[in-house]
Design a protein around this ligand. Structure first.
Ligand code: UDP
Ligand code: MG
Length: 316
């Protein structure tokens, strides 16, 4: 039996790129249908993430033109991760497999064929991995690769150079639906669900039109969110630092007492001030990190909905 595929595509202010890439998604879907890889009930699902431009109107008119296109709209902008989650959760009960992909045409659509083939040969999750970043600027490439290294160093295990282009089977999604956390970092959470997985390699291209929504500041915020959602290593590092500094201070105290007893204590104003400032700084940093975790707990206990869908192009 051919699996039914839902391609889930988050879109935020993408009026410039959607008219270019939407037909490419359709072409790719039809190609896979003609190759007998996926069923004729397969769909392309756009998730409008509270766009302020014409994106939702474009999605609506696409869905009127061709019934392979469907769309859902979030009640407001909630960010890429929530948009992908909304699409995955909505499609979970309608299909056998989902593929999530950005709408800007940067990820090679052709890789979907290999993803479906990997699924047919037994993988429940297939990660799309960028084999090179030839078209990324030097800055984007180094910051992006630094992002993955930092995450792994801090205990958030992610597949290197894999973003949110991946195939997930409905079976895995139904288990994933039990991960109730509000702070989402999908690429770190999906591996936690387990099941057999594999990777498909592809080349990342340039955005076809419009601008990136992930400048350095957002990438750092995502990295920090990823780390604090997936690992408590920063807290451990604070404890380790505390122990090391305590040992050094203890040695310092003994040294001070001995030199005082031997009568050669010097007026060490500069060193005292330096130590006080240093300790003050470290304590503030540690408090900040602990505060981040408390903030996360605060957001989690409120247990607010992770997405709210205000409109759909189809009837349930
Ligand atoms: N996106 C979204 N909500 C947001 C920001 C981005 O749904 O608040 C979508 C966007 O439309 C695109 C994808 O997430 O399909 C990736 O964004 P972008 O291409 O700007 O990021 P980059 O590829 O530069 O990292
Ligand atoms: Mg992009």
């Amino acid at each position: 039996m051919k699996p039914t595929l839902y391609i889930v595509i988050p879109c935020y202010n993408e009026e410039a790129v959607l008219p270019i890439t939407a037909p490419l998604f359709l072409q790719q879907l039809q190609k896979m249908q003609s190759m007998d890889l996926v069923s004729d009930e397969s769909k392309i699902m756009f998730v409008n993430d509270g766009s302020k431009d014409n994106t939702w109107n474009i999605i609506r008119s696409l869905s009127e033109d061709n019934n392979s296109y469907i769309g859902i709209s979030q009640s407001r902008n909630r960010g890429h991760q929530n948009a992908v989650l909304a699409g995955l959760m909505e499609s979970m009960n309608k299909c056998d497999i989902t593929i999530s992909i950005d709408c800007d045409g940067q990820d090679d659509l052709g890789a979907m064929e290999n993803m479906v083939k990997e699924y047919l040969s037994g993988s429940e999750v297939v990660y799309g991995v960028r084999s090179s970043r030839k078209t990324d600027t030097f800055f984007k490439k180094t910051t992006a690769e630094g992002f993955y290294k930092l995450l792994n160093l801090m205990g958030a295990e992610v597949v290197f150079n894999h973003a949110d282009y991946r195939l997930i089977s409905a079976k895995v999604l139904k288990e994933f639906a039990n991960f109730k956390e509000v702070n989402l970092f999908l690429r770190g959470m999906i591996p936690l669900v387990g099941f057999k997985s594999s990777s498909v390699y592809y080349e990342r291209k340039e955005r076809m039109a419009g601008e990136s929504h992930y400048p350095l500041s957002k990438m750092l915020a995502l990295a920090f969110d990823g780390i604090t959602s997936l690992s408590i290593k920063p807290l451990r590092m604070i404890s380790a630092m505390g122990i090391i500094i305590s040992i050094i201070s203890f040695i310092g105290v003994i040294w001070a007492v001995i030199s005082n007893l031997m009568g050669n204590a010097i007026a060490g104003w500069a060193s005292t001030v330096a130590i006080i400032c240093f300790m003050g700084g470290i304590q503030l940093v540690c408090l900040g990190v602990i505060g981040e975790y408390i903030g996360k707990i605060y957001l989690e206990v409120k247990n607010r909905p992770r997405y709210i869908i205000s409109e759909k192009t189809y009837e349930e």
